[in-house]
Design a protein around this ligand. Structure first.
Ligand SMILES: Nc1ncnc2c1ncn2[C@@H]1O[C@H](COP(=O)(O)OP(=O)(O)OP(=O)(O)O)[C@@H](O)[C@H]1O
Length: 262
């Protein structure tokens, strides 16, 4: 479902993603770990066609990641800061997103209703998003990422800001999605979430994949004995890493005219 060869993204002197090789089968929950600045968000932006590779190739659901219009229906993306219309109600927001995906009105409405119920938001469907808590926003953003039943869903910290019950609900939804054949690409710093749900874990460091395997097998790589955890192996493999700095204070992504300031 996700294949990349030599996938590379540069921002000026900074190599955010460096020759990434991924091969992720359908229905996998792939836990994507890495220190701050490792290149996780850039990877997800590449795989969802929000930014173009400097070099290398990739396909998601068999579609080239440079073909944005063809890719749209196949991918869902929950970014770290989800785009939501503050003045819309949850229902208006989700109906709007359904319209963007050209979903027929009635089945879309049914799906929205069932997802609102599943995420315990049904009573808040007609409340404006600017009155929502962080966790409620996160849940609406999660629904809008999976509403069109994409083949692959990319999630950046989907449980951040959620209380334990809501986080558990999201974890259960991720497993249900994967059981139904959706491929889940999950980036998070919460290692317990990855340990609980991921089939395969990839650890990114400085734009490179430095380890990949099941959580159990990866944990065995750690030098801390029989009780080693994913945290141990994460700390070992990314020990010497610090966030990369650009040669100049401002890196310019000329393609998307995005500026990032440090
Ligand atoms: N639009 C951009 N312009 C210039 N540099 C960028 C841009 N986006 C990311 N970078 C740089 O690329 C590198 C990887 O950043 P990225 O956001 O992908 O890391 P990350 O692993 O998602 O980090 P975090 O865990 O902190 O969210 C960093 O050095 C960052 O400064």
């Amino acid at each position: 479902m996700i294949e990349t060869t030599g996938l590379t993204k540069r921002y000026g002197e900074t190599v955010a993603v460096d020759g990434l090789e991924l091969s992720i089968p359908k229905g996998t929950i792939y836990g994507f770990l890495g220190p701050n600045g490792a290149g996780k968000t850039t990877t997800m932006r590449l795989l969802t066609s929000l930014t173009r590779p400097t070099s290398g190739h990739g396909t998601v659901a068999g579609v080239s990641i440079t073909n944005r219009s063809a890719l749209r229906s196949h991918v869902g993306y929950l970014p770290e800061t989800p785009p939501l219309y503050e003045r819309a109600t949850a229902l208006e927001q989700l109906e709007y997103v359904a319209g963007l995906h050209d979903l027929p009105l009635e089945p879309a409405r049914e799906r929205i209703d069932s997802l609102l119920v599943a995420l315990n938001l049904a009573d808040d469907a007609d409340v404006r998003i600017n009155e929502f808590s962080t966790g409620m926003r996160q849940k609406v953003a999660f629904i809008q990422a999976v509403l069109h039943e994409p083949d692959v869903v990319f999630l950046d910290e989907p449980t951040s800001g959620l209380d334990p019950r809501a986080a558990k609900t999201i974890r259960e939804r991720l497993c249900a999605l994967a059981n139904a054949g959706t491929t889940v690409f999950l980036s998070t710093h919460i290692l317990s979430v990855v340990e609980a749900v991921a089939d395969i874990v990839g650890i990114l460091s400085d734009g490179h994949l430095v380890a990949e395997g099941t959580p159990e097998v990866l944990a065995q790589r750690a030098d801390t004995g029989a009780d080693a955890t994913l945290e141990d192996v994460f700390l070992e493999l990314t020990e010497a890493e610090t966030p990369r700095s650009t040669s100049n204070a401002v890196g310019l992504d000329t393609e998307n005219t995005e500026m990032i300031h440090d």
